[in-house]
Ligand binder design. Structure first.
Ligand code: ZN
Length: 439
């Protein structure tokens, strides 16, 4: 297939190999296999934390496989890995990207499907001798989950110039270990020499196939979500400081119980989020000293606030800062401090990419009724790429809307439909670039 440019019919004839896609995916999921939940061998979750030995094995597979498919592979200083297949002419690649790392009790599809769909795209291009107008590529972004090194999408953030590399490199692993991102990148051999930057490694466009991680597509019996943007969110670390004291000899009136105050603050964050139709959640809580008969003098907890509009997140934050200060002021020996760790504004994806996904989704599913527009509730690497290149995402249904859970599941058919939409989107965008260049 070498006609230039590809027609809609040419694009429609290219088919994803569902069996190969799923075999590859389950093959790499033998590295970091998590909790078993069903009869079949593939019915397990995943525990593949960023830059672990298992992550290295999956990365090595990605590098080897894409090299064998004729790609040039570049690893940058955050371990982001760009596999690029040459086109007819030079220029930055149109990319499919996602992540191979998982949550500690994650599943086989979040992120992993997006990478495998990209690799399957490269295989289909090789099988059919497809020559694209410009280079096309697949990107594995490092530590998207923020589970091991606690800033999510940190490496696409560095690439986009939004997070300083020193801050990212110095991130220490959660759970009390001393490893940093830099030390682990070095240890597993993925500290690349090319700066992680959109200036050193430009991308023409970024498409990300991802499971929905919510219940909407399944409930409406639709196959594809055309993702037009991402809701805003902010992450905070809250430190509550009181005073360690003996539980038996200290009357309530003399206590400065940091945990009791933290419990009130967390409850309040829930109430304020409900009031504004936002979301408020705490997922990490540590206290010290951690003894049955000592009142905790210090508590640290995470707070995650999300809403479709930036202004709502700002309102919730302002209201909570007042409320927390006022709750703390009821006892002069207690204090509360806020630190903002991540600010992710609401994102609107690029109309050209959205149009490419919409056309591809209707072509693959054969019906506009099986496709709907969506706003993502979760952050993704596409949030950061959208700051530096046209971007959009493709959602496929996942069972019961469940993710970040071993039982996360998307059927092979839906994985293949999503992968085909991804492949077509890349081709349509590639064609658009060529049309514009010759116009
Ligand atoms: Zn993900």
């Amino acid at each position: 297939m070498s006609a230039s440019p590809l027609s809609d019919a040419d694009i429609g004839r290219l088919k994803v190999n569902q069996k190969r896609l799923m075999e590859d995916l389950h093959h790499t999921c033998t590295w970091g296999t998590g909790k078993k939940w069903g009869r079949q061998a593939i019915f397990t979750g995943m525990t593949r934390l960023a830059l672990s030995d298992d992550d290295k094995r999956a990365r090595d597979w990605f590098v080897q496989t894409t090299r064998n498919l004729g790609c040039d592979v570049t690893v940058d200083s955050m371990g982001n890995t760009f596999a690029v297949r040459p086109g007819r002419r030079d220029g930055p690649p149109t990319c499919a990207g996602s992540h191979l790392d998982t949550q500690p009790t994650g599943g086989r599809y979040d992120g992993i499907l997006g990478i495998h769909a990209g690799v399957e795209m490269l295989k289909v291009f090789e099988d059919n001798h497809v020559q694209t107008e410009y280079p096309v590529g697949v990107v594995n972004w490092t530590n998207e989950e923020g589970a091991r090194f606690p800033i999510s999408m940190v490496s696409s953030g560095v690439w986009a110039g939004e997070i300083p590399i020193e801050r990212a490199h110095n991130l220490q692993e959660v759970g009390g270990g001393t490893a940093t991102m830099k030390s682990e990148l070095e240890r597993i051999g993925y500290l690349g020499s090319v700066p992680a930057s959109y200036q050193s490694i430009p991308i023409a466009a970024h498409f990300e196939l991802h499971i929905e991680q919510g219940p909407i597509l399944e409930a409406e019996r639709r196959k594809i979500g055309v993702v037009k943007g991402v809701q805003a969110y902010r992450w905070y670390t809250i430190d509550v400081t009181g005073r360690d004291a003996h539980t038996g000899t200290t009357p309530f009136s003399s206590r400065a119980d940091a945990l009791l105050l933290a419990a009130r603050l967390i409850t309040r964050s829930h109430d304020v989020a409900v009031k504004h139709s936002a979301l408020g959640s705490t997922g990490i809580l540590t206290l010290s000293p951690g003894s049955v008969n000592t009142i905790p003098g210090h508590v640290r907890f995470s707070l995650d606030i999300r809403a479709p509009a930036d202004s709502t997140v700002e309102t919730v934050e302002a209201e909570l800062k007042n409320a927390f200060a006022s709750l703390a002021s009821q006892n002069s020996k207690l204090s509360v401090e806020w630190q903002t760790d991540t600010t992710s504004p609401a994102v609107n994806f690029h109309p050209d990419c959205i149009a490419a996904v919409r056309a591809s989704a209707e072509s693959v599913t054969g019906s506009a009724d099986l496709v709907r527009d969506m706003v993502s509730g979760a952050g993704h690497d596409s949030v950061y790429t959208s700051r530096r290149c046209p971007t959009s995402m493709i959602f496929v249904p996942c069972r019961n809307g469940v993710s970040h859970n071993p039982e996360e599941y998307t059927s092979p058919e839906d994985c293949a439909i999503g992968a085909e939409v991804l492949m077509q989107s890349v081709l349509r965008y590639d064609r658009l670039r060529a049309e514009r260049a010759s116009a």
